[in-house]
Design a protein around this ligand. Structure first.
Ligand code: NGO
Length: 526
């Protein structure tokens, strides 16, 4: 275990070091002397940035101070110094602040912060003497650190090599939507714990706060359920194309949950039902209406499987699954799928979803489901994830439920960028980087307004994606844009300005060894 932690820390160090090393602003657009916070290319764009044209220099006397008496803030302090030290080669220490920190200090504090900043907002004030990061909540400090990661530059103004600066000024920032997510389908192709952690690392840099894991589908069941062991023993044994598949033990799932929580990212588990269930049906004959288990499935068709909604054992099965997964999941949501249940009659689908909502509620979770669940009687705290049907979205809000926006034509990051993209699908659209950026959740569906929406999520379906490299190629550079749609007010979003900020991130992707799509629509910096 320690070896693993050590390895992870090492990887993290390399990433941080390389990010900082590449944030050198090229000669062609050299900032005002010595640095310019407003030019630093932060994604998502902060709500307000005021540059003051100086810089804070990191040196061997720099110390990170945190509020005394909180283990959580101290841990965030360690996260920051880890990043700083690996980028600069310095040995900056973290200390609990006993008195007013002086010159050369970086202060992380929850005191004095404006409570309007909410759960994730922060204020970053950088002067020549000090860096002060304040927030109302620890998550805000963590988000603010991501801003520091993005704005720290190699010092090109002095002769000294290996010195780093943070441009001076003030950033006041908080997210527009409380839910900013990505979904990863680990069912069509299985991705192991290390791959998922990489994805979580990438998400944290862009202030994404949710990772939805699509844990079951026709092609594979990917999480251990102790009371139904054949789900993984048999149902997890293959994937699209017939490869060996895989699954997370409960311990591994908990490890992912913790890794995410340490980055203030919530895991939303999804068990898709009543359709998209061939892997479960193949594992337990009794879940089928005819009592016969079908073969495992390794193709990519949808809409042919259904749990037997009329059998009591089906609800016992769901109860066990929801209970076991909920016990391992600290986040508030349980995603029940509910999409494309073409093999379930609508008169069976509706009572099924109603009953499943009760089970999820019984285990203390809030339901999310794909927009079809709006056909049922939604609980007021249920969330319909809008991917295809505007009518379903309107049905959901008419029942008082909330909407999570994932319109397939804009937010599906499994779609090809254009006809020549070697990976991905195109049933919804070809989605170039500007297409995925140029939309507003609050006006996308007439009648669905900002008040109805909890946020945005970019689903990554993996019918055609077999390895982390593939995921990276479809994520980057679209994911940072979706992150900005969720974080930054619509009035501050504009592709013609955004593309220049995004252009600076090409070097970050390269330094992090991310396999990204070098879209011709982005003026990449050399
Ligand atoms: C649809 C379908 C998924 C596919 C995906 C591919 C939803 C909610 N159900 O989205 O099963 O994998 O498209 O883009």
């Amino acid at each position: 275990m320690n070896v693993l932690i050590h390895k992870l820390m090492k990887n993290l160090r390399i990433i941080v070091l390389t990010i900082a090393a590449v944030m050198i602003i090229p000669a062609s657009c050299k900032p005002k002397e010595p640095t310019d916070l407003a030019m630093s290319g932060i994604i998502p764009r902060p709500v307000t940035v005021t540059a003051t044209g100086e810089a804070f220099t990191l040196n061997s006397r720099t110390t990170v101070f945190v509020d005394a008496g909180s283990d959580e803030i101290l841990k965030i302090g360690y996260y920051l110094v880890d990043q700083l030290n690996s980028s600069t080669g310095l040995e900056i220490a973290v200390q609990e602040a006993q008195e007013e920190p002086g010159k050369g200090s970086i202060l992380l504090t929850l005191s004095g912060a404006d409570h309007n900043l909410g759960e994730e907002g922060y204020v970053l004030t950088v002067t020549r003497q000090q860096v002060n990061l304040s927030a109302a909540k620890p998550a805000g400090l963590f988000r603010g650190i991501q801003t520091i990661r993005q704005i720290m530059e190699k010092d090109t103004s002095s002769e000294k090599t290996g010195s780093f600066v943070i441009p001076s000024g003030t950033i006041t920032d908080h997210p527009e939507y409380s839910y900013r997510g990505m979904m990863l389908d680990v069912s069509r192709h299985f991705f192991g714990v290390e791959d998922v952690k990489k994805v979580i690392e990438y998400l944290s840099l862009y202030k994404i706060n949710t990772l939805h894991l699509h844990l079951s589908d026709d092609q594979g069941w990917r999480i251990e359920i102790k009371t139904w062991p054949n789900l993984t023993a048999h149902g997890g044994s293959t994937q699209v194309g017939g490869g060996e598949g895989g699954f997370y033990t409960q311990e591994q799932y908990s490890d992912i949950v913790k890794f995410a929580a340490d980055r203030y990212i919530t895991i939303v588990p999804e068990i898709d039902m009543p359709g998209h269930t061939n892997a479960a049906l193949a594992s337990y004959p009794e879940l089928n209406c005819d009592g016969k288990a079908p073969e495992l499935y390794t193709g990519t068709e949808v809409g042919f499987s259904s749990l037997c909604t009329k059998k009591e054992i089906t609800y016992k099965f769901i109860d066990d699954v929801v209970r076991e997964i909920s016990a391992l999941t600290p986040g508030p949501f349980f995603h029940v799928g509910g999409d494309e249940s073409h093999a379930t009659k609508v008169e069976d689908y509706i009572p099924f979803i109603n009953r499943v909502q009760d089970i999820v509620e019984k285990y203390g979770k809030q339901v999310i489901g794909w927009d079809e669940i709006a056909l049922a009687s939604l609980k007021p705290n249920s969330v319909a994830q809008c991917w295809a049907s505007e009518e379903n979205a309107l049905k959901a809000i008419a029942q008082g439920a909330k909407i999570l926006m994932s319109p397939a034509k804009k937010a599906y990051i499994d779609m090809q960028y254009d006809k020549s993209t070697p990976l991905g699908l195109h049933w919804a659209a070809y989605i170039e980087v500007d297409d995925s950026y140029n939309w507003d959740p609050a006006t996308y569906i007439p009648g669905v307004t900002k008040e109805n929406i909890i946020g945005v999520e970019a689903p990554m379906w993996t019918e055609t994606l077999t390895k982390l490299d593939d995921i990276e190629y479809m994520m980057f550079p679209r994911l940072p844009g979706i992150a900005e749609i969720g974080w930054t007010p619509a009035s501050l979003r504009n592709w013609d300005e955004y593309k220049f900020r995004l252009a600076k991130h090409g070097k970050i992707f390269e330094a992090m060894d991310i396999n990204y799509y070098r879209s011709p629509r982005v003026p990449w910096e050399e």
